[in-house]
Design a binder for this molecule. Structure first.
Ligand SMILES: *[C@@H]1O[C@H](CO)[C@@H](O)[C@H](O)[C@H]1NC(C)=O
Ligand SMILES: *[C@@H]1O[C@H](CO)[C@@H](O)[C@H](O)[C@H]1NC(C)=O
Length: 387
């Protein structure tokens, strides 16, 4: 203890990070990342890229801003915009895929950074850990692809072609298992902040992250980011805990899969949704949800109407019915709360959702707290510089 205190004093305010803080919980329980490998900071973007993708178990310290923005130069493509263009606070859409429809205006010369659309590959057995508030990856996202056992903690991923839809995602999880994304922050991303699918994403815990939707380029033309989380994997077991989502206008989160053999589950616990002129939950088929202990403050649409019409089930009560959970998951569920001019949340108490959650493994079901401290706790703990 005395030695530890001395080291802190000697290093002044410089944070000493030697690796991951805490242990993975929820669906990603057992995820160890680079384990006990010696922590080291890459010297530049090229070394970071190589360490992320090689076959070596690593604890990679992100101790400064690694700026990939112009690392692959710029490229030009055609596309379109809808409603408002980039100069008026909108986003344009690279490529012609989504350009049909009378409200779309074609563009022939969209210039964007090539790096944004070419994410960094992340291999198995990696811990990617930000140091203090210094850990920033800019201009290029992370793609956990064909890999297992990855921890991304205390990293700020930002500024990936924010003017352009299809300009890049912050974190992609595909053909994976055991991924823990904890205490990260996301802002100014062209497309999704976190995306999975259509392959299996496996067991994933997304905890204590800040999803900051403030932007000058909004697909919904209201300075709020629309593309938050899109989880479409055919085998997704997700715990979504303690996150702070704000100033967003959609897909916060969207999940569901068209794979009718899937038994996906989504357990949302104690998240805080604030100031959203759009929707939070948008749920598709074949994913069973327990949504408990969450607070929606000044959120226009806490859950889309379509969410309750899907071939899957939801348990998300606002009051009562919580004791129905005890016989299925061994404890009562926790009520959600909708406050401060939010739209209504349709409360559903379909215990089939709990059955699927229990079948995924009771060891993966984390506990939930009441909503009383959720707002203050999410604001105090979510994002970078807090571990
Ligand atoms: C990851 O670590 C596990 C356990 O040590 C090992 O079996 C596996 O081969 C490693 N994977 C890679 C790609 O290094
Ligand atoms: C509610 O959220 C909107 C953005 O969606 C924001 O402009 C407004 O100021 C918020 N209201 C309050 C009382 O915070």
């Amino acid at each position: 203890m005395r030695l530890f205190i001395f080291a802190c004093i000697a290093l002044g305010h410089r944070a000493i990070a030697t690796g991951v803080s805490g242990e993975a919980f929820g669906m990603a329980t057992g995820t160890t990342g680079g384990g006990s490998a010696t922590a080291a900071a890459p010297s530049d973007t090229a070394e970071l890229e190589s360490w992320l993708s090689d076959d070596v178990a690593r604890v990679i310290l992100i101790d400064k801003a690694f700026d990939f923005t112009d690392s692959l130069g710029t490229t030009t493509g055609s596309g379109c915009y809808q409603d408002c263009d980039v100069a008026q606070g909108g986003q344009d859409y690279i490529g012609t895929l989504s350009c049909s429809g009378s409200t779309m205006t074609a563009l022939s010369d969209i210039e964007y950074y090539a790096a944004g659309a070419s994410p960094l590959l992340v291999g198995s057995n990696k811990s990617i850990v930000g140091v203090g508030t210094e850990g920033v990856i800019k201009g290029r996202g992370l793609r956990v692809y064909g890999a297992t056992n990855v921890i991304i903690q205390n990293v700020f991923v930002t500024d990936i072609n924010p003017e352009h839809v299809w300009g890049g995602d912050a974190i992609t999880i595909q053909e994976a298992d055991k991924v823990w994304i904890d205490h990260c922050k996301f802002s100014l991303i062209g497309r999704q902040m976190i995306v999975t699918g259509y392959d299996a994403a496996g067991h994933v815990t997304i905890s204590n992250n800040e999803f900051d939707g403030n932007t000058d380029w909004s697909a919904t033309c209201n300075r709020q980011h629309y593309w938050t989380l899109l989880l479409l994997g055919a085998k997704d077991y997700c715990t979504f805990y303690g996150n702070y989502l704000h100033d967003l206008s959609g897909r916060a989160p969207h999940y569901g899969t068209t794979d009718n053999d899937a038994t996906n589950v989504f357990h949302a616990v104690n998240n805080y949704f604030e100031n959203m002129a759009g929707h939070a939950f948008d749920i598709g088929p074949n994913t069973w949800s327990l949504i408990e202990g969450n607070v929606f403050s000044n959120v226009t649409t806490p859950m889309t109407a379509d969410s309750t019409e899907q071939d899957s089930a939801i348990f998300n009560v606002l009051s009562g019915s919580t004791s129905e959970c005890a016989s299925v998951i061994g404890r009562d569920c926790v009520e959600n709360e909708v406050i401060d001019n939010s739209g209504s949340l349709t409360g559903v108490s379909d215990t089939t959702a709990l059955t699927y959650l229990a079948e995924a493994g009771t060891e993966y079901i984390m506990s939930a707290s009441s909503t009383s401290d959720v707002a203050s706790s999410a604001k105090a703990n979510a994002g970078i510089g807090k571990v």
